[in-house]
Write a protein that binds this ligand. Structure first.
Ligand SMILES: C[S@@+](CC[C@H](N)C(=O)[O-])C[C@H]1O[C@@H](n2cnc3c(N)ncnc32)[C@H](O)[C@@H]1O
Length: 235
């Protein structure tokens, strides 16, 4: 779906709509994230890096890297971290704000890397936006070496029912309203709320990861399950 001033993808997530929507949020993406998550995005990113267990000199691919904010965090480990994304607008914003972070254009469904190129792969807040998440999980496995690791950082389902009710109300009502005051494309945050609500819960996503050729699948909840980290190993 497109509007003259803002772009919002529909839930069938056509790649051109998704890329255009992220082009529209790129300018203020990092700030909007921090505001809408009450600063929780930083600890979520640190937890993702820790879950990957990166060692200096390892190669890690960050798919759906956007402005490179998630890629930059990974590089703190001493690993060589490279980001790939579909939205040129997000990549350009990242090149401006983080010139030292290697970012390139690439589709999660057809990554521009040979089989087994990486020691670890990760995708933060992006798998939910891909047209075919199962195919993306298989493609991530393809570019990972045997024994390599996967971490998916994604919005999930709060485990406490009362907290879940409060959170869903924030998501559907307050978040789009707050986004109108900070984002360069507030419509995108209506999509954000809808796509989180429609996304599989922790156990269902773990089943998808396992079905895509990953072993030893496990997850850990962050902030009561607002976010879950799914990790797995390629055998
Ligand atoms: C919410 S942003 C996440 C950015 C960053 N990883 C973070 O943690 O803030 C989602 C990103 O996924 C990208 N994306 C969506 N579908 C994609 C695909 N098929 N291949 C690569 N990137 C994709 C979007 O362009 C967008 O930049």
């Amino acid at each position: 779906m497109s509007t003259p001033h803002g772009r919002r993808a529909s839930l069938d997530k056509q790649p051109h709509e998704v890329a255009a929507m992220f082009d529209g949020v790129a300018a203020r993406y990092d700030l909007t994230n921090t505001v809408l998550s009450f600063g929780q995005d930083r600890p979520w990113r640190r937890a993702t890096r820790a879950a990957l267990g990166l060692r200096p000199g390892e190669r890690v691919l960050d798919v759906g890297a956007g402005t490179g904010v998630s890629t930059e965090e990974l590089a703190q480990s001493g690993a060589y971290a490279v980001g790939a994304d579909l939205s040129l607008g997000m990549l350009y914003a990242g090149k401006r704000s983080r010139p030292s972070v290697p970012l390139l254009a690439g589709d999660a469904l057809r990554l521009p890397f040979a089989d087994g190129s990486f020691d670890a792969v990760t995708i933060s807040f992006a798998l939910r936006n891909v047209t075919d998440p199962d195919a993306a999980l298989r493609e991530l496995a393809r570019v990972t070496r045997p024994g390599g690791r996967l971490v998916v950082c994604e919005f999930s389902t709060p485990v406490n029912p009362a907290f879940r009710t409060v959170y869903l109300s924030y998501l559907m009502r307050s978040l789009p309203a707050v986004a109108r005051t900070v984002s360069s494309n507030p419509d995108a945050y209506v999509y954000l709320a809808e796509s989180i609500r429609a996304w599989p819960d922790q156990a269902a996503l773990a089943a998808k990861v396992g079905a895509a050729g990953w072993q030893k699948v496990a997850w850990r909840n962050l902030t009561g399950g607002i976010v879950a980290l799914h990790r797995a190993v390629r055998e």
